[in-house]
Ligand binder design. Structure first.
Ligand code: ZN
Length: 88
């Protein structure tokens, strides 16, 4: 069984987790999802097909990361969510 996924989603979540170590922002499930959705709307999608259980390699992700500025898209999203958080 093959699976198609937008690798950009995983990379955006990885970036949010990395930034959460160094910056103050709420990373509750609601805010994480809001940040990810906003960032993904600014970024190109990048679909890959993997077979069951196989994951896209970190090396390939890093290569892709150099092409698009994921960090700046995530940062812009963090600012928006931080100003207007939707969590309770
Ligand atoms: Zn929150």
């Amino acid at each position: 069984m093959c699976k198609m996924s937008n690798i950009m989603e995983q990379m955006v979540f990885n970036t949010i987790d990395d930034l959460a170590k160094d910056y103050e922002f709420c990373s509750c499930p609601q805010c994480r999802m809001d940040i990810a959705a906003l960032a993904l709307n600014r970024l190109p999608h990048h679909y890959v097909v993997t077979s069951r259980g196989e994951t896209y390699s970190r090396a390939n992700m890093l290569e892709l990361q150099n092409d698009v500025d994921i960090v700046s898209a995530v940062f812009a999203a963090i600012k928006i969510v931080r100003d207007k958080p939707r969590h309770l």
